[in-house]
Each structure stands twice: as structure tokens, then as C-alpha cells.
Design a protein. Structure first.
Length: 453
């Protein structure tokens, strides 16, 4: 009897450590191909939408079945049976509560913490522990990364960004403690190398750069190990391995293409940090693909991704929006601004649609679609960007298998009764993710998807 390959086997070589997808050879023969996988891990991703939405373009006209997606969510049409659009979630602790202006900062800080942040531009920042970190702690050590924190704009941790609030609030949604935001990664190359490479202990930045420069591709680095593994695999596993290695190379090529860029910052009208694709959609695509691969390889089970920092005023000229995002959100019912705002909302929804489609098409170790074992929360803590309100928030829940209670309402627009704390949903998501808690933020109880709405 052939000895099974350990589940956490990695391909190694020249400073690279490439995790493997599940293969039949990882299954003890006595268990069979399906029994070895066991129950699929439950995964969770939070995708943050800044600056609110054009409500008329975002929310479906009617409750009930999603016969047709509204303008801003049209890119999600093919996934509408795998998601639910909610109305009337609220975040009361993002309100001023006597602190005056600063809704953008409070929005990001409150989104996953449910806490009202202290108004300060100094080092005495204080919000709350975010729900992703609560879940990460409950599952500590089960995966290589307890959590991943990603974004499409750089993190900020000091200075003032919004009416007396620290930039740390506007640029972060994940908090390890009330005083410590978790640094996010916005550079695809850095994320790729973090996921798939490893250098010697004590390696400094210059040595690391030199090592990576000598390597044409991660597949070159692990080629010998991969060849040796192929000799131990059956036909199905060899096919799976080749498909996987090509997927890794495809993502690596997009990382490289983004670094080269095809348009200049001047042409795009936006400052582009070094190592980041100049075009927003390509940046989003490669970051979402890397996140999907992290889930596929079970490198992490909870992640956050900010589509932009709260209050971001980035223009999107590739879709014809030369006015800044924040400026567009303050539409004052101006038709041109409303059109620009809806176009930005649609662009962001398009990136999420691509992520959901990738999860739907990829298989995990149990053989089921990744989307069946993954739930995705897409939304923000500002409703109408012009009014800066924190009720009737844009919230979309996608994924989960047929046996998931929270997926029972998929394919619908559900209008909740009154202002339901978004933290109620977080309590239920924590339950599903192995971190049972009774209360979180301003929650009033556990959330159950209405069966008739």
C-alpha cells in the first residue's frame, strides 16, 4: 500500500514554498477519495465598500425574488441565485453620538468592530476588536495564516484624515485590539511572495530582492520538487497538479504585468504606488485571485479586503469617471454626479462578481465548489454617500452551501424590519465559523435569514 502524501506537503526550492491543492494521493486508501476530505473548512471574506452608494442604482426596486439586478449590481447577474441583497441593516455606533463630523472615519472603524471610535488624531486611537479577528483567534493555528488583511489602497496609521479623526480609522477595517489596526497588504507582489515564498532566517530586504531577481518564476524554483512529485501521482492527480501549477503561473504573470503597467499615472489621473497595477480593475483582479487561491489551498479561513480607503477620492477614468469617488458621492442629486457614483458602484460590484465566479469554479479538498464553503459579505457602513447616514446600509451576502442557514434566503432582496444591527449578522457568522459568541458590538441577538420576505 502506497503511503499517502501528507496534506500539508509543499513544493520547495530556492527560497520558495508552494502549497499544494488537495490530491487523491493525500487520501488513505481505506477511506476512499471522498471520505478523506471530510467536511470542508468554513471560510469567510469581508469586502469593504467605501463612500456609500447611489441607493437608487444599488437596491432592487422590489423585495422578494431577484428577477433582475439593479444597475449598480448588474455585474452580479450571473451569481444572483448565490447571493442575497439586504435592506435596513444599520450601524448605530458609526453615528456622531456627540462627536460632530467624521462619518467616513467612523464608517471604516465601525464596519467590522461595531464600536464607536474615539475622536483623535493622536496615538490614543481606540475602536474595538473586529469580528474577523475574533474568528481568527478562535481558529488560531489551523491554517498557515490565521487571517489575511488586504486592500487596494495603502494603509495609514497616523495623521488626520477626517474632521479630527486619525487616518488609522479611515484606512483599516481589521483591528487586533481596540488600539491596534492590523496592517493590510495592497501590493500584489508582496502578497504573492508572502503566500508562496520563504527565505533564510534573518534575510534582509536587499538580500530578498536579489534572491527574487535571480528567479524567473516560482515554478522554476520548485520545478525539481514538482517533477519528483509527479512520479508518485496517478493520472488524475497529475492532471490536477498541472492545472494548479498553470493557475499559479497565470497569477504570477498578472502580478508581473501589473508591475510593468501599460498606462502611466498621468494618463490615469491617480498616483500609483510602486509595485501596484496602475489600472484599478487589474489590481482588484489579481488581489481577489490571490485571495481565492489562499482559500483553495486552505492557507487561511478568514480575510478582509478594502476596495478603497474610506473617503477615497480616486477617479476611475477607464470607465469615464474623471471626477473623484468622494466628490461623486456628494451628489446633491446632481444627475451627472449620480451617474458617476453609480458607475463606480458598478465597477466595484464587477470586481466582487469576478471573485464569486472564481470561488464557484474552484474546488476545495472535499470536491465541492469553494463558494459552497465560503461566505462573502460585501458592503459598507455608510448608506447614502451624500447624507453620510449609517442606516439602510448596502449589504450583500453571498455563498454558503444548500445546508447553510444563512444562505437560505439567496436569490432574493430582503427588506428587514426596522434598523437591524449589522452586528447581529456578525454574531451568526461567528457561530458558523467556529467562534461562538453571545454578543458583539451593539448586537441584539443572532441573525436568521427570514424565510418569507
Amino acid at each position: 500500500m502506497t503511503t499517502p502524501i501528507p496534506r500539508r506537503t509543499m513544493l520547495r526550492g530556492l527560497g520558495a514554498a508552494l502549497a499544494l491543492p488537495w490530491l487523491e494521493a493525500m487520501t488513505p486508501r481505506s477511506l476512499g477519495a471522498i471520505g478523506a476530505a471530510g467536511d470542508a473548512p468554513r471560510r469567510l471574506a469581508f469586502v469593504f465598500l467605501p463612500n456609500g452608494v447611489n441607493r437608487a442604482a444599488w437596491f432592487p426596486e422590489r423585495t422578494g425574488s431577484l428577477d433582475r439586478m439593479p444597475e449598480a449590481l448588474a455585474p452580479l447577474e450571473s451569481m444572483k441565485d448565490r447571493l442575497t441583497v439586504f435592506s435596513n441593516f444599520a450601524h448605530a455606533n458609526a453615528n456622531a453620538l456627540g462627536d460632530g463630523p467624521g462619518d467616513h472615519a467612523r464608517s471604516a472603524a465601525c464596519f467590522l468592530t461595531g464600536a464607536h471610535p474615539r475622536k483623535t488624531m493622536g496615538s490614543d486611537i481606540s475602536a474595538g476588536v473586529s469580528i474577523d479577528q475574533v474568528i481568527a483567534r478562535a481558529n488560531r493555528g489551523r491554517t498557515r495564516f490565521d487571517s489575511l488583511e488586504l486592500g487596494l489602497e495603502r494603509g495609514m496609521y497616523a495623521g488626520g484624515c477626517d474632521s479630527g479623526y486619525s487616518c488609522a480609522y479611515s484606512a483599516n477595517i481589521s483591528w487586533a485590539s481596540p488600539h491596534t489596526p492590523v496592517a493590510k497588504e495592497h501590493r500584489p507582489r508582496e502578497l504573492f511572495e508572502r503566500l508562496f515564498t520563504t527565505g533564510p532566517a534573518g534575510e534582509d530586504a536587499a538580500a530578498r530582492a536579489s534572491r527574487l531577481a535571480r528567479r524567473k518564476s516560482i515554478l522554476d524554483a520548485v520545478g525539481a520538487d514538482a517533477a519528483a512529485l509527479r512520479d508518485r501521482l496517478g493520472a488524475n492527480d497529475r492532471r490536477k497538479l498541472e492545472e494548479y501549477l498553470e493557475a499559479v503561473r497565470s497569477v504570477e504573470r498578472r502580478v508581473e504585468a501589473g508591475e510593468r503597467g501599460t498606462q502611466t499615472p498621468e494618463e490615469l489621473g491617480v498616483e500609483v504606488p510602486e509595485g501596484v497595477p496602475a489600472e484599478w480593475s487589474e489590481h482588484a483582479r489579481v488581489m481577489f485571485d490571490l485571495l481565492a487561491m489562499s482559500f483553495r489551498l486552505d492557507l487561511t479561513r478568514v480575510a478582509t479586503l478594502m476596495l478603497a480607503n474610506e473617503g477615497s477620492n480616486r477617479p476611475y477614468p477607464t470607465i469615464g469617471v474623471t471626477r473623484g469617488h468622494h466628490d461623486s458621492s456628494h451628489h446633491d442629486d446632481d444627475p451627472e454626479k449620480l451617474a458617476d457614483f453609480a458607475a463606480i458602484n458598478r465597477l466595484h460590484a464587477s470586481a466582487v462578481a469576478g471573485f464569486l465566479e472564481t470561488l464557484a469554479n474552484e474546488r476545495d479538498a472535499s470536491g465541492q465548489a469553494l463558494l459552497d464553503s465560503t461566505m462573502v459579505v460585501f458592503g459598507g457602513a455608510i448608506g447614502d454617500g451624500d447624507r453620510h447616514d449609517h442606516r439602510n446600509l448596502p449589504v450583500l451576502l453571498a455563498g454558503g452551501g444548500e445546508d447553510e442557514a444563512l444562505a437560505a434566503g439567496h436569490g432574493r432582496h430582503i427588506a428587514l424590519e426596522g434598523d437591524v444591527p449589522l452586528c447581529d449578522l456578525f454574531v451568526s457568522l461567528a457561530d458558523r465559523s467556529g467562534a461562538s459568541i453571545d454578543r458583539f458590538g451593539d448586537s441584539r441577538g443572532r441573525f436568521a435569514v427570514p424565510t418569507t420576505a
